[in-house]
Design a protein around this ligand. Structure first.
Ligand code: GCU
Length: 418
């Protein structure tokens, strides 16, 4: 009887806490007052006034993000081999080449394959290119069945044809509108994409699979790499390959990503300065949006639902955003002086569009050190009116998604800077 009472008592204490649903704040008046961590001030208090000092400050900020947010990825000391497993040089009536290239990453007696879907224009020597991870497999960006369905673990999504964590033919071609390769090619750019789950499957697997498996002896700690860092790291391995390929100009590669993959693209751009241009599409909390605004998705909510995206050390900032030694404007500033584009959707309030814009404003002083203008706006621009300095920004009509409208701006922005 006693133990029953004890259990009942414990239950009544724990249940309300468990059942408390997260209620996002969507009211500007309820955004807490906050002070952003200083961008142009060294940890020892010295002001940062030159490009040279920025290099040092950049190192400090990068280290803080590794330690408290994404975790530190290992240096790559393995071997990469590549094999073209599908090639059509006469694609789109001879305008382009399409390939599937299999990269094999080998290390510690283990190996992992990543399949790249590649499109490049035949008429351009050393073309600039976009590189981005896709959510549901390369076959979703191909209407013909030559491009295979991935075998790796995949999130279930009826429309994309995945169930029991397996992709299927049903997803074929479903994402062509989101990766408009014909428009990209006709503007003289190449496109390289791969399924992100081949790099690291998107579930809490204790970091046993994907690229983590290439490091069997790793002793994990609170600041070890987690999934976002792994996806970003995978983009760098693709860059290793692209540096040695004939058709592309490796100095003109833009890395882009949508949503969680926008967070990964930003982290790739921050950790790997070979990416000449960086694009965040609706990356939101843990991406471009300022954490201290706690508008829409918050750190606490992310940590509760998807803890394995971030290093363990990030979890202590649940409802303690003000104590986090960094905020996301500093992540954006790590791209300086390279061009950076941040895009929001007006209905995508979960990702806090205004917080994404304010983050660009607060990152701009790092660009000014290089004599460049960051984002050329002080207040949120009107709908569908992009602004483009060295930082570009737009807020477009509609919800969460990587849309042809977004691509049209990225192509203009790349034309401006490449
Ligand atoms: C969820 C998650 C976001 C993420 C998004 C996505 O909504 O909360 O942080 O950006 O998924 O990747 O689609």
């Amino acid at each position: 009887m006693k133990s029953f009472l004890l259990i009942a008592l414990l239950f009544s204490l724990v249940y309300p806490a468990l059942s408390q649903e997260f209620v996002p704040n969507y009211e500007e008046s309820k955004v807490p007052t906050y002070t952003l961590p200083a961008l142009l001030e060294m940890e020892n208090g010295e002001p940062v006034e030159s490009k040279k000092q920025w290099r040092k400050r950049r190192g400090e900020i990068l280290h803080l993000f590794e330690k408290h947010v994404y975790g530190k990825s290992p240096e790559w000391d393995g071997k990469i081999t590549s094999k073209v497993i599908l090639e059509n040089k006469d694609y789109l009536n001879g305008k382009a080449t399409r390939q599937v290239v299999r990269l094999s990453l080998e290390r510690a007696g283990r190996s992992l394959d990543l399949d790249l879907l590649v499109f490049y224009p035949n008429s351009v020597k050393k073309a600039p290119a976009f590189l981005g991870l896709n959510f549901y497999g390369n076959h979703t960006i191909s209407s013909d069945n030559q491009v295979a369905v991935p075998e790796a673990w995949i999130r279930n999504n009826e429309k994309m044809g995945s169930s029991n964590n397996k992709a299927s033919e049903k997803g074929r071609g479903q994402r062509i509108a989101n990766w408009p390769y014909e428009a990209i090619l006709s503007r003289g750019y190449g496109l390289v994409t791969l399924y992100y789950g081949e790099i690291d499957p998107d579930y809490g697997d204790g970091f046993k699979n994907g690229v983590h498996a290439l490091y069997p002896d790793e002793k994990r700690n609170a600041s070890s790499w987690a999934s976002i860092a792994a996806w970003g790291w995978g983009l760098s391995r693709v860059m290793d390959y692209l540096e040695d390929v004939d058709w592309v100009n490796p100095k003109k590669i833009a890395v882009l990503g949508h949503s969680r993959l926008g967070k990964a693209a930003l982290w790739a751009g921050a950790t790997d300065e070979r990416f000449a241009l960086v694009i965040s599409n609706n990356s939101g909390c843990g991406g471009a949006a300022l954490s201290r605004r706690a508008y829409g998705e918050t750190i606490g909510q992310m940590i509760n639902v998807i803890p394995y995206w971030f290093s363990d050390s990030f979890s202590i900032y649940n409802k303690r955003e003000n104590e986090l030694p960094v905020d996301q404007h500093q992540l954006l500033a790590l791209m300086a002086p390279r061009p950076l584009y941040v895009a929001s959707g007006v209905e995508d309030t979960w990702a806090d569009p205004k917080g994404e814009f304010l983050s660009c404003v607060a990152a701009s002083p790092a660009y000014e050190l290089f004599g460049k203008e960051g984002v050329p706006a002080e207040v949120l621009p009107p709908l569908n009116q992009p602004v483009m300095g060295s930082i570009g920004y737009h807020i477009r009509s509609g919800d969460h998604g990587l849309l042809p409208y977004d691509w049209a701006q990225y192509l203009d922005f790349a034309d401006m800077h490449f």
